[in-house]
Design a protein around this ligand. Structure first.
Ligand SMILES: C[S@@+](CC[C@H](N)C(=O)[O-])C[C@H]1O[C@@H](n2cnc3c(N)ncnc32)[C@H](O)[C@@H]1O
Length: 212
């Protein structure tokens, strides 16, 4: 993700305290109150500029989406898209997902989306990968017993690592695609990175991993 410092981004974000939640620890166990309904909650970790979450929120108005992104300079663009489209089923956390378990209770999130997560190629950085065992353990603590993690990437080594890590964590791997855009899956919502990489001819890989 190319990051440019955006002066004023934090001040702008603070004008929308119900859209970008500043103190998510205080909402733990009560996220549905923020949406004023009891619809299922799906989260995306590493939301970036929000193309995926905004597309999904339009397609699935009966799902509540929470996008988690650590960089303010990026999440501000996602926030502006939600404001422009007047979507009521999206909320953002400008936070690092390492603290996920401070924000959500067991069973509070039905699905986790990971899209084009940073590959962290150096071995000593593998524990930062969002599909590392340490992160899967965090997801297990917020998902129900049949909850799902949906993962897309263009990065072969990250995909191999993730399949391995998910299967070692006893997740059931389903609907694996090694070339998503030439597969039977028709309801795919593209992310910013997905569009960029596929325009360059990169194949997109995808897996759904289910707890059991
Ligand atoms: C390569 S970008 C992909 C963005 C977007 N998902 C897409 O597909 O276009 C990865 C994003 O994940 C965010 N990210 C990485 N690790 C994170 C973490 N632990 N918590 C929150 N965001 C994270 C980065 O800041 C970056 O914006």
């Amino acid at each position: 993700m190319r990051l440019r410092n955006k002066p004023g981004a934090m001040n702008r974000i603070k004008q929308f305290p119900n859209l970008v939640i500043q103190n998510p620890e205080a909402e733990k166990g009560n996220w549905n109150n923020k949406f004023n309904n009891n619809n299922p909650i799906h989260i995306e970790i590493g939301t970036g500029r929000g193309d995926f979450i905004v597309g999904m929120a339009k397609l699935y108005p009966n799902i509540n989406f929470i996008g988690i992104e650590k960089y303010t300079s990026v999440i501000i663009d996602a926030m502006e898209k939600v404001i422009e489209d007047n979507l009521e089923n999206v909320i953002f956390l400008n936070k690092d997902a390492q603290k996920l378990n401070d924000y959500f209770e067991k069973n509070e999130v039905e699905r986790v989306y990971l899209n084009f997560s940073d590959p962290w190629p150096k071995f000593r950085h593998h524990k930062r990968r969002l599909t590392h065992k340490a992160f899967i353990d965090r997801y297990k603590l917020i998902l129900p017993d049949d909850g799902e993690i949906h993962f897309k990437t263009d990065n072969v080594s990250l995909f191999e690592f993730s399949l391995q890590s998910m299967s070692e964590e006893n997740l059931l791997l389903q609907n694996i695609s090694l070339d998503l855009h030439n597969s039977d899956i028709k309801d795919n919502v593209m992310t910013e990175y997905e569009r960029k990489f596929s325009e360059k001819g990169q194949r997109i890989m995808r897996v759904e991993a289910k707890l059991r």
